[in-house]
Write a protein that binds this ligand. Structure first.
Ligand code: ADP
Ligand code: MG
Length: 321
């Protein structure tokens, strides 16, 4: 086995003073292999730390504690050449791409700039082929979109253009933070299908961030559920859906209507915003207040991740101690 693509080691992000500030992400560890592309879903309520994880990976935020290694190298020790290479191999796709495009430019310009800035090609013909290939990979074609301005396309088309732009750089990894939350339900499936196709055809892994459980349970190979910055459960998506072990995840899954295979993603199952904030020093399970199965020790000790099944299925709950 080669060195992992990413190895995230005990990463915490605390906003404010280290002992009393707000813990956006607590002691998060995760490894993703280079050898087999996967879609890993990060799901949780609004404020649970999902975007924080994406920002840490994209180097727009620095861990308070812990390390993120990319192909064995700490991303905060990169020199200029390593940084350039990293931002080619690791791309981002965000929600509502409307705001990121200059309304005066046609999409042709957006793609020409990528070719120019990353020196992808020195010939016009070759550049045209690269752009067309990238658009085809997301189910679009140049004739239909390159001559258009941002307002002339739908949200779903803009989102696919954003993905096409990212894959021009032949990335290994894409952080997709709520990529479909601004898109009509009817178009959501097509974008999630694009992610699965890119995983299979181009070997791109995704960190798929969502607060919508109905998509979380259908697109991912693995799923990590966050609650107030803590991983509460992590495992193979099918295992977690079929045998949720953490009381919080059991409640969530019972609230999701069973998928109808003929009607994918008919609506959204939005997770409510988290009402209680947590401070860095606080001990005990973050779900204590809402847990139907709480025990005394849950109020004073923080549960570690316990093995609860096959394929590295783990849950942070003393029921499994
Ligand atoms: P999610 O993406 O799951 O909704 P975030 O990762 O954006 O959650 O935020 C996690 C927590 O960290 C939230 O309580 C949020 O208010 C806080 N937070 C995020 N960014 C900052 C920041 N720059 N400064 C202070 N607090 C922040
Ligand atoms: Mg977010």
């Amino acid at each position: 086995m080669s060195v992992p693509l990413f190895e995230i080691r005990n990463v915490s992000k605390i906003y404010g003073p280290e002992n009393t500030g707000l813990v956006a992400l607590d002691n998060f560890s995760w490894t993703i292999s280079q050898d087999d592309a996967r879609i890993v879903t990060i799901a949780g309520e609004s404020g649970s730390g999902k975007s924080t994880l994406g920002e840490l990976i994209l180097r727009s935020s620095r861990p308070t504690r812990g390390q993120i290694l990319f192909q064995g190298v700490d991303i905060w020790t990169f020199n200029a050449a390593q940084k350039r290479d990293y931002f080619r191999q690791v791309q981002a796709v965000f929600q509502d791409p409307f705001g990121v495009y200059n309304p005066f430019y046609k999409f042709q310009h957006v793609f020409d700039m990528v070719v120019k800035n990353f020196k992808l090609s020195s010939s016009r013909e070759h550049a045209r082929v690269l752009i067309e290939d990238a658009l085809n990979a997301v189910g679009l074609n140049g004739e239909e979109v390159l001559g258009k301005h941002p307002h002339q396309l739908s949200g779903g088309q803009r989102q696919r253009i954003m993905i096409a732009r990212a894959i021009m750089l032949k990335p290994k990894f894409i952080v997709a933070d709520e990529p479909v939350s601004m898109v009509d339900a009817s178009l959501r499936a097509s974008i999630l299908d694009v992610m699965m196709k890119l995983r299979d055809d181009l070997g791109i892994s995704f960190l798929y961030v969502t607060h919508d459980l109905s998509t979380a349970f259908q697109v991912g190979d693995d799923i990590i559920l966050l609650y107030q910055g803590h991983v509460v459960e992590h495992g193979n998506a099918e295992d977690v859906i079929s045998w949720p072990q953490h009381p919080y995840v059991q409640l969530l899954i019972n609230s999701v209507p069973k998928p109808d295979p003929d009607q994918r993603w008919p609506g959204t199952v939005e997770l409510p915003a988290e009402e209680t904030l947590r401070a860095a020093g606080a001990a005990g399970c973050r779900f204590y207040e809402r847990c139907p199965q709480r025990m005394d020790r849950c109020n004073s000790e923080t549960p570690p991740l316990y093995d609860v099944g096959d394929n590295s299925h783990v849950a942070a709950c003393f029921l499994y101690d």
